[in-house]
Design a protein around this ligand. Structure first.
Ligand code: FAD
Length: 325
């Protein structure tokens, strides 16, 4: 629809309030991030072939970056999937895991290492000979269509015309994808955290303990107030970063900051909601248990909190050195 990042912040939060919202609007991960990257980098022919049916909601995609040890994970430069030029093709070999939506995806974006050590993004249909979905991973969350798969590339042959963007620019394109994609995760999870909070408020207002509503006890009231502050802090970080992206800033620092603040604040909200709901919080009788188990991984994917803090710290120190020089 051509929405600005600011407009997306409003729509994605509302969509995230519902379990089905992001899927119904075709703005769930990993498709939404892939759509953004394809729009920025793909050739007109690649867009016609893969992007158009995807935005029409006819197909799904996956993004294959993370690898089993000793490959790429929190440190994406450790890529062990290799692409070697062979005539007009590239031949790709390697393994990837945690690949969300691999089952049922029509195409994948693969990040592979070149002979000179640089990285390149490749596009491939998932039904090509040479792509094997080895197994599904038994993950804590249930919210992503297709779950998370382990992929193997056995001499996967990709024509040079299916390179996404320029050869050797894979690390840069990962940033093009990840900064806005991180933020849209924050937006959708904000909707889920708000929903958990609303459920907790309703429960605490109705449920009685020691002669009054649970919410009237100071300990619970403070948790509700803390929830409100965490929700609003997360929202303002999202809106500020979205506004900066709309002004054309790359926002690598800001999106790291928003990702850490949101993933931790939204998690605290949901954890408090479990507590407020008492035993109900850890049963499927209320939606909060599912939100709790679905959300935990958000502090790990798209960069663990520790890696974002570490990367922010380096930029803070560098910028202080530049100022003092
Ligand atoms: C639900 C889910 C969905 C995912 N979907 C996808 C997908 O679709 N495609 C894809 O390619 N990947 C996907 N991933 C993978 C995800 O991007 C990685 O899990 C993440 O980058 C961390 O890599 P890792 O698991 O290998 O952790 P590791 O690299 O093994 O790191 C383990 C831990 O070490 C710590 N650590 C690492 N570096 C530092 C540092 N510099 N400072 C301090 N601590 C540090 C962190 O606590 C980190 O959590 C998904 C993961 C999950 C859980």
């Amino acid at each position: 629809m051509g929405l600005s990042h600011m407009a997306k912040a409003v729509v994605f939060e509302e969509a995230g309030y519902s379990w089905l919202g992001p899927t119904a609007l075709n703005i769930h991960a990993p498709d939404e991030g892939n759509i953004h990257l394809m729009e920025e980098v793909a050739t007109p022919a690649q867009k016609e072939r893969w992007l158009r049916p995807q935005v029409q909601g006819l197909t799904r995609s996956c993004f294959a970056m993370t690898e089993p040890g000793p490959g790429a994970g929190a440190d994406p430069s450790m890529l062990q999937t290799f692409a070697v030029r062979d005539g007009d093709d590239y031949v790709i070999n390697g393994r990837k895991w945690f690949i969300t939506g691999a089952e049922g995806a029509t195409y994948t974006i693969i990040r592979a290492r070149m002979e000179d050590g640089s990285a390149t993004m490749f596009l491939s249909d998932m039904d090509r000979t040479g792509i094997v979905l080895e197994r599904h991973m038994d993950a804590m969350d249930r919210c992503f269509t297709g779950g998370h798969g382990v992929l193997r590339f056995d001499n996967l042959r990709v024509p040079a015309s299916d390179v996404l963007g320029q050869v050797g620019k894979g690390f840069r394109y990962a940033q093009v994808r990840l900064a806005p994609a991180r933020l849209t995760h924050c937006m959708r999870w904000l909707g889920q955290a708000r929903r958990a909070h609303d459920t907790a408020v309703a429960y605490a207002s109705q449920r009685q303990a020691f002669g009054q509503a649970v919410a009237a006890h100071e300990g619970v009231g403070y948790m509700l107030a803390d929830n409100d502050m965490d929700l609003q802090t997360a929202r303002l970080h999202i809106w500020h970063t979205a506004w900066m992206l709309d002004q054309g800033h790359p926002c690598n620092f800001e999106s790291s900051r928003a990702k850490v603040v949101c993933s931790e604040a939204e998690w605290r909200v949901v954890d408090r909601c479990v507590q407020i709901l008492g035993g109900q919080g850890v049963t499927g009788e209320k939606e909060v248990m599912q939100i709790f188990t679905d959300m935990r991984a958000f502090r790990i994917y798209d960069g663990p909190s520790e890696v974002h803090r570490w990367s922010m710290a380096r930029k803070i120190v560098q910028s202080a050195e530049v100022k003092s020089a």
